[in-house]
Design a protein around this ligand. Sequence first.
Ligand code: AR6
Length: 181
Amino acid sequence: NKIIKQLKVNNVEIKLVSGDITTEETDAIVNAANSHLQHGGGVAGAISRKGGPGIQKESNEYIQKYGKVETGNVAVTSGGKLKCKYIIHAVGPIWRRGSQQEEKLLYDAVFNALKKAEELKLNSIALPAISAGIYGYPIEKAVLVYKKAVYDFINSNPQFVKEIRFVIYDEAHLDYFLKEF
Ligand code: AR6
């Protein structure tokens, strides 16, 4: 993966990376999951295939134990065969023209993923463009929400998280990220 841009905010490094999140070596990678943690398509499918069957199995056990993950919330599994220690499964909203609190729910998904990394005392985390694929959230609107969530998190003075990466898979999204960060 290729680092396109990096900036430092307070004591935290933000990196924009182009490529595939499944190859990242950060302590955690974030998955763009659904509420049932059924990892079929998109980045979830790629993570599940490359990480091995343990990831879907742990996800199913999580759902059996705690029930479904509400939109805006997160669940944690191991990284399976991937290089990361953990996968933080964040459930973003399906875009419905902005009428269903999508902005708040996307903010929560990103903020809660970062908060979980801090709770787990992790130093580095990589996120995909949550909701901006199959869930249809317009990328130009999504990047504004990602930025606000990341800056709010950094302003909460995390003690552990020192590096936040956005891994951009869709080349057409790059300019929107570059413009905002
Ligand atoms: N690495 C990084 N980003 C990726 C990768 C990858 N390997 N593959 C795709 N993307 P999506 P959503 C980008 O659809 O919109 C799944 O079926 C992709 O280009 O994965 O939140 C889940 O199980 C896009 O920019 O997630 C849910 O049911 C971004 O990841 C549903 O899709 C998110 O696209 C979630 O939809």
